[in-house]
Structures are given as structure tokens and as C-alpha cells.
Design a protein around this ligand. Structure first.
Ligand SMILES: CC(C)(COP(=O)(O)OP(=O)(O)OC[C@H]1O[C@@H](n2cnc3c(N)ncnc32)[C@H](O)[C@@H]1OP(=O)(O)O)[C@@H](O)C(=O)NCCC(=O)NCCS
Ligand SMILES: CC(=O)OC[C@H](N)C(=O)O
Length: 212
């Protein structure tokens, strides 16, 4: 994790990271409209307010950021340097989460708690959220739950769910969807002339290949 640095220096570095890592951007001016960057910048400010014990102001900044970007980061979460949040939609990062340097976070990632029924039984101040090491990639919809540790240089693949520690450098893949060849067309449904088709036949017709 980084040592404490000036806010402006950090924000400038965040901007450079987005330009460097998002090929869809044409340059620094365009990067100013990048959703993930806005969310990260807001969190940098909110976290400082939180640390400075102005928690209500921190919450307000986080709330506005959530509304404008779709990214919900608790002001208490600790994010390292050069974190890259791409797209950002529906990213949720909990209060006691720690994210290392050079981590990439795609949309719908959750760094969450197991749930209040388990967390309320922990000692006061205990960690509820993951610690994510340096250079980790968290794919779209990756969900990491509880006070687990994801080691440096891990890849948590899209759609993966993690509830245990992951050793450094490991790859975690969710099951891939199965591709099957196109189904043969459903057999033609015949009815007596003038009769309304039975409901089941109507459903079969709708579900046949090419109807959608
Ligand atoms: C975290 C969570 C998955 C743990 O599940 P749990 O039932 O409470 O406790 P366990 O970890 O003991 O899991 C019970 C069983 O479910 C299995 N399991 C857990 N997650 C699973 C998953 N994603 N898919 C399939 N099985 C799973 C475990 O392997 C275990 O099976 P086993 O007893 O045969 O080993 C569950 O509590 C949960 O989803 N909580 C909500 C977390 C959340 O949405 N947080 C967001 C906060 S922002
Ligand atoms: C993000 C998350 O874990 O939310 C659950 C709950 N609000 C908590 O902070 O533990």
C-alpha cells in the first residue's frame, strides 16, 4: 500500500492510469468523462474526510458519487495507488475492504461482507471485507465475500465467487456457459381446421429456434 501523498498528486496519477489502461479513450480530456475515474476521485476525497472524522461529509460525497456513477465505495475502504475502475456500474466496495496498488476492477464487482447474521457476531472493529493484493484483476461481476485475502497478482475471473483466501498469483475462474449447436426446428404443430391452438403449443412455437 502507498504512503500518504498529496491529494492532487494522487488525482493526477489516477487520470494518467485511466488514459493508459482504457483503450476506448482518446486522451486526458476525454478521460475526464470516464465514470470509473469520477468514482475513484470522489472516493479519494470521501476517504480523506472519513479519516478526518467528518464522516457525514464523507457519506455525502460517497452518496453523490454513487448517484452519478453507479459505484458505491464506503468512505472507510482503503484503495491503493493506480486503482483502475473500468465502467464502474454496480461496483460495491465495503467499509473494511483494502485494495492494493495497480488493481483493476471491472463492472459489478463486489468486495462485500458475508452478511449481518455472521458479521454481528464478530468482535467490534473486526474486518468484514476482503483484502485485495497488488496488481489483482477483478473481472466483471466477480464477488469476493468476507474477511478473506486475495494475494498479489491474482486474477479473479468474470462471474467468479470467492469466499476463501486466494494465494498470490492464482487464477479463479467461474464455470463457463455451455455452447450447444442450434436446436433442430420444433416439429410443425397441426390443429384441426378452425380450432384454436392449445396453450402449450403456443409456448412451444414461441420457444422454437428463431422466434427470438
Ligand atoms: C457468503 C455466503 C456465500 C456463505 O454461505 P453460507 O451458507 O452462509 O456459509 P458457507 O460458506 O458455510 O456455505 C455453505 C455451503 O454453501 C456452499 N456455497 C457457498 N457459496 C457457494 C456458491 N457461490 N455456489 C455454490 N455453493 C456455495 C459452500 O461450499 C458450503 O457447502 P458445504 O457445506 O458443502 O461445504 C452467503 O452467506 C452469502 O451469499 N451471503 C450474502 C453475501 C452478500 O451478498 N454480500 C454482499 C454485501 S455487499
Ligand atoms: C458492502 C457490504 O458488505 O455491505 C454489507 C453491510 N452494509 C456491511 O458493511 O457489512
Amino acid at each position: 500500500m502507498s504512503v500518504r501523498r498529496g491529494l492532487l498528486t494522487t488525482l493526477r496519477e489516477d487520470l494518467g492510469v485511466v488514459v493508459e489502461r482504457d483503450p476506448s479513450l482518446g486522451g486526458r480530456w476525454e478521460a475526464l468523462g470516464h465514470t470509473g475515474l469520477s468514482a475513484l476521485w470522489a472516493h479519494r476525497v470521501a476517504h480523506r474526510l472519513h479519516r478526518g472524522r467528518t464522516r457525514w461529509a464523507a457519506r455525502l460525497v460517497a452518496r453523490v458519487a454513487r448517484r452519478r456513477t453507479g459505484v458505491e465505495i464506503h468512505p472507510g475502504a482503503r484503495l491503493g495507488r493506480r486503482v483502475f475502475i473500468d465502467h464502474g456500474a454496480s461496483v460495491v466496495i465495503g467499509q473494511t475492504a483494502v485494495v492494493g496498488d495497480d488493481v483493476t476492477i471491472y463492472q459489478q464487482v463486489t468486495l462485500g461482507a458475508v452478511g449481518w447474521w455472521a458479521d454481528n457476531a464478530r468482535p467490534p472493529g473486526a474486518r468484514r471485507h476482503p483484502v485485495v493484493g497488488d496488481r489483482v484483476v477483478l473481472g466483471a461481476n466477480a464477488t469476493v465475500l468476507g474477511p478473506v485475502t486475495v494475494g498479489d497478482d491474482c486474477l479473479i475471473g468474470a462471474m467468479a465467487t470467492v469466499t476463501d483466501d486466494v494465494p498470490p498469483g492464482a487464477r479463479v475462474y467461474a464455470a463457463r456457459s455451455t455452447v450447444r449447436p442450434a436446436p433442430t426446428p420444433a416439429p410443425a404443430v397441426t390443429h384441426p381446421p378452425g380450432a384454436a391452438p392449445p396453450a402449450l403449443d403456443a409456448v412451444r412455437l414461441l420457444a422454437s429456434a428463431g422466434s427470438w
